[in-house]
Design a protein around this ligand. Structure first.
Ligand code: F42
Length: 144
């Protein structure tokens, strides 16, 4: 909740505004990127220990979700990548539903299975991968 005294809003204005809109309306369906749906992850900062809220594209398959650390194809991982590694137990909001999940970074064959699902949900991920030397990290978010 934004009322949480430990909440640290994103320094990025458009992201902060999207999080505020989700919280004002109570649902992630109130915001979109390129007309496609998003989910909201609430996590603990690796260094600050504060509450971080990160909207991501909605990638769902058989009740599990993926978190794609694309950062628009930037050369560095987004900072939330480090938060998920340090504190994998997070909250996932999809629509009005919030649930506790555990994030696990995918490797090898499992990542290969998920990547086409990610691109199907948000086609620009494929272009982002061509812009960066890093292999874009993909986490699966599983119920806990
Ligand atoms: N980003 C993606 O990577 N993938 C997506 O699918 C995606 C979709 C999306 C949809 C809607 C939307 O509004 C935003 C979307 N974004 C997507 C952007 C995403 O929400 C993040 O803003 C973006 O990935 C950048 O993440 P970031 O964690 O690098 O954010 C920066 C701007 C930021 O907030 N930095 C903070 C700061 O104060 O500078 C620090 C954040 C942080 O978590 N710090 C940690 C801490 O302890 O608090 C330390 C982390 C460490 O280094 O250990």
């Amino acid at each position: 909740m934004t009322t949480d005294p430990n909440y640290l809003p994103s320094p990025s204005e458009w992201v902060r505004d999207q999080v505020a809109e989700i919280e004002r309306t109570g649902t992630t369906t109130s915001v979109h990127i390129q007309n496609l749906p998003v989910v909201l992850l609430t996590m603990t900062g690796a260094k600050s220990g504060g509450v971080r809220k990160v909207p991501l594209m909605r990638v769902e398959h058989d009740g599990r979700y993926a978190a794609v650390a694309s950062q628009g194809g930037a050369p560095e991982h987004p900072q939330w990548f480090h938060n998920l590694v340090a504190h994998p137990d997070i909250e996932l909001q999809d629509g009005t539903e919030t649930s506790p999940v555990r994030a696990r970074e995918l490797e090898g064959e499992e990542r290969e299975q998920w990547w086409p699902r990610c691109v199907a949900a948000f086609p620009p991920y494929a272009e982002y991968q061509t812009k960066t030397d890093r292999l874009i990290p993909v986490f699966v978010l599983e119920p806990r």
